[in-house]
Design a protein around this ligand. Sequence first.
Ligand SMILES: Cc1cc2nc3c(=O)[nH]c(=O)nc-3n(C[C@H](O)[C@H](O)[C@H](O)COP(=O)(O)OP(=O)(O)OC[C@H]3O[C@@H](n4cnc5c(N)ncnc54)[C@H](O)[C@@H]3O)c2cc1C
Length: 474
Amino acid sequence: MPSTQTLSQKVEQKLYQAAGAISAFSYPLGWEKLEIDENRSLWASYTPNYVPGPPLKGNTTADLAIIGGGFTGVSTAHHFAARYPQKRVIILEAKSLANGASGRNGGMMLNWVYGTGPMSEETTRRVYQATSKTIDDIEKTIKTNNLEVSYRRDGCFEVFTDEERAVEAQKEVAYLNQLGIPIQFLDAAAVRQHIGLNNIYGGLFDPSEGQLNGVQFIRGLRPILIEQGVEIYEHSPVLKIREGSTITLTTPEGEVKAKAILLATNGYTGKLGYFRKAYFPLHSHVFATSPLSQEQSSKLGWRGTAGFADDLNRISYATQTKEGHLVFGGGSNISYGYLFNNRTAFPGSPDSAGPAFRDMQKTLNSYLPGSEKYPMTYRWTGTLAISLRRNCSIGVRGEYGNVYFALGYSGHGVTAANMAGRVLTDIYSKSDEKWRGLPFVNAPFSPIPLEPFRWMGYQMVTRLTGRSPREPFR
Ligand SMILES: Cc1cc2nc3c(=O)[nH]c(=O)nc-3n(C[C@H](O)[C@H](O)[C@H](O)COP(=O)(O)OP(=O)(O)OC[C@H]3O[C@@H](n4cnc5c(N)ncnc54)[C@H](O)[C@@H]3O)c2cc1C
């Protein structure tokens, strides 16, 4: 007799096969429009005087035109301009720098690249080294440039809500330690020495991980980029891309003729006609409290650790900032949403997602009893690109090999999108030996059907299984 889980896995597998077949049907892009709302996050509240740069007016040229001013776009501009100081680099941002996921996330600065599937020992080591170097680089950039950025690096936990998974994780740690990867397994009591979490059976602790205010980081880098010669145009949405050996980008008031472009638009990329079947834009709600005092934090049991995420399909993630704000996202079906027609903005005010926020507060309280008494001072929603296997892809495509891209990091993009700048610059300069063979370089995506099947499929899977659609690696 097959177990229920095996049966449901089989049913899910059939669904994904059907999804692959349905995805052959096309759906006109003209029915969708780009929506980008204001960033209301806690992170943005720390740059109240930020004045966006001017929009692009008139015609110009570029060696590299970057579309999108999040971690991917900004890290690429930074690395590329350092390698090629004589080349003309332009960033075109639809709203203002860090208005997208990079300025709205949970702030966890994590190792690993999500959704890579099983890896050999050597690849495991290379991926870990690449991400931990990226976290080191972020810290170095902040320190070298004296940026005013709130961050901490006192480690993050992945906690286990299931005993069997905790036992498996313990075995995994022994294997990783053998490879020289310094991750620790802590039993529940030891985890509670760092964060007093209920309902857990232990956790993986990576002391090199941390937390970052992405808005302060990206906006803080703006003058550095300008000094490097990068031209930054904000309130300049790219409306049309015409490919060729020279690519033409059209904005409401201008045009760029570029030798190469970078799609650094993550969850918004489909609106430009690219990667439409590769991912779906997922909305994730996040809230933050006002700063807790040291006494309040230690009463709650939060001592000297940047954050934790759990092991559930609808991941809960939480951090505490250096200033004392508790930040929490995810934790249930209702705390995530896919909206018909790939909408990229969650409509209305945070009250529109009122039930989701109430549900999230209960989840946080179940982990950290007593947290419920701290009001949600900040509530916001961010859009991220989720692929079926949760994998990201960083690479280059197009008839002329001049359309660079990096997207699909799921909830693991703070580090990976900052790493993308180095990967892409190396690919551009054909000095990418150290990235070759890594599972995120030019990685294929499993196809997801377009509407109306996409919305129906999402509803069916989330309602029937309580889980997000996710195809396992075969
Ligand atoms: C709520 C939430 C919580 C998350 N939590 C975490 C976490 O704790 N840890 C973690 O590692 N990752 C997390 N992530 C994921 C991570 O934030 C993202 O993977 C990462 O920030 C993606 O960066 P990006 O630069 O590629 O995209 P984005 O930051 O989304 O930037 C894309 C930019 O492109 C602009 N744009 C879009 N279309 C156009 C156009 N046509 N023309 C010009 N500009 C355009 C947008 O305005 C935006 O500024 C979270 C994401 C969300 C949404």
